[in-house]
Design a protein around this ligand. Sequence first.
Ligand SMILES: Nc1ncnc2c1ncn2[C@@H]1O[C@H](COP(=O)(O)OP(=O)(O)O)[C@@H](O)[C@H]1O
Ligand SMILES: [Mg+2]
Length: 164
Amino acid sequence: MNHETPIDCFSRSEEETEAIACRLAQQLGPGSLILLHGAIGTGKTVFARGIIHGLGHSDPYITSPTFTLVNTYTQGRLPVYHFDLYRLESVDELFLSGAGDYLDAGGVCLVEWPNLLIERGIKDYLEIMLTADMNEPMAHRLIRLLPHGPSSRQSLNHFAWPVQ
Ligand SMILES: Nc1ncnc2c1ncn2[C@@H]1O[C@H](COP(=O)(O)OP(=O)(O)O)[C@@H](O)[C@H]1O
Ligand SMILES: [Mg+2]
């Protein structure tokens, strides 16, 4: 059971999803763990890009690290470790490859396809759930932010969308 209160945001475009993520980035501190849920093409990587840019990393091309497990960004306000665990068969693989070390490196971790990581047992993380509704226009997304634990909850304390 989760007793935390979610925040729902509505996005009408790729740019708006990026702006929501960029706004969230302003609230993040060292050690933030952000799990990105959603079907293929819902905008997990777009959201990750918004956080990465929002933290001051200017890399123009940000793609899912599907084959490399993790991409690192080091020149912004906080380092970012962007994971894509789609191809991962077991969490052991993540730690044996060394990529798992980044989870405790004090940066901001963004994880696409995080289910294996959740099964392993993790504490204090912010879940982002992206959904597209077949009955709505193609570019509409519901983006739900759900904290689990005190620091992820705190990161939402001053978050509002649309910005007030
Ligand atoms: N509101 C929206 N938010 C995010 N992406 C959107 C939106 N509307 C359309 N798109 C498109 O959906 C795709 C999302 O791609 P991507 O972020 O790579 O998805 P995922 O990582 O979830 O597989 C992009 O082609 C983007 O242009
Ligand atoms: Mg992706």
